[in-house]
Write a protein that binds this ligand. Sequence first.
Ligand code: FE
Length: 226
Amino acid sequence: MHHDLKLDTAGGETPAFNMPHDDPDHPHSLLPSEPALRVKALETILTRKGLIDPAALDAIIDTYENKIGPQNGARVVARAWHDPAFRAALLQDADAILDEMGLNGRQGEHVVVVENTPERHNMVVCTLCSCYPWPLLGIPPGWYKSDAYRARAVREPRKVLAEFGVTLPDETAVRVWDSTAEVRYLVLPMRPEGTEGWSEDALVALVGRDSMIGTALATPASEAPA
Ligand code: FE
């Protein structure tokens, strides 16, 4: 019985929107026109039918809004800057480290950390859809899921970086990593100059979300939040 949960259809067969992997040509371009309204409608129906508990739903939303977010990834980066042994272990086998830190949840089962150096800048994209290390960075930003970023990050990474305000020296190569459902990448940005002797806590504040995707650099020491 699903007559009161009917989706818009075209020609009676094709749903008006697809899940990301259903249609490789238009993975995100066929969303319903009023997603918020439709989500609310679904939530109401599922609650009335006793299929979901609104309190449980609130707890999940709170988790992703407030508990899981870029602050987790920033902690990992700051610790790697602060502790050379941790950094080496992280680059060698991130999963073991993240397991220990309790940062190995859903959408982050297998993570590879790639380190920026003067010779190589790393940048992450999911060309197929929007794979992203949720336990470390939270929910991906809208631009990460956009058709433009997914196509252009691979084709013209330097131009995309410039639009994000990042201009790299000519001698720095750009390496683009394509995230998948199997492997998610986290960029370890270069530690800003002038932060020698800083505590791990102070370093955390220099690690923004985009620097761990590779579309930004770490915040310079002079711009550290007070
Ligand atoms: Fe994806």
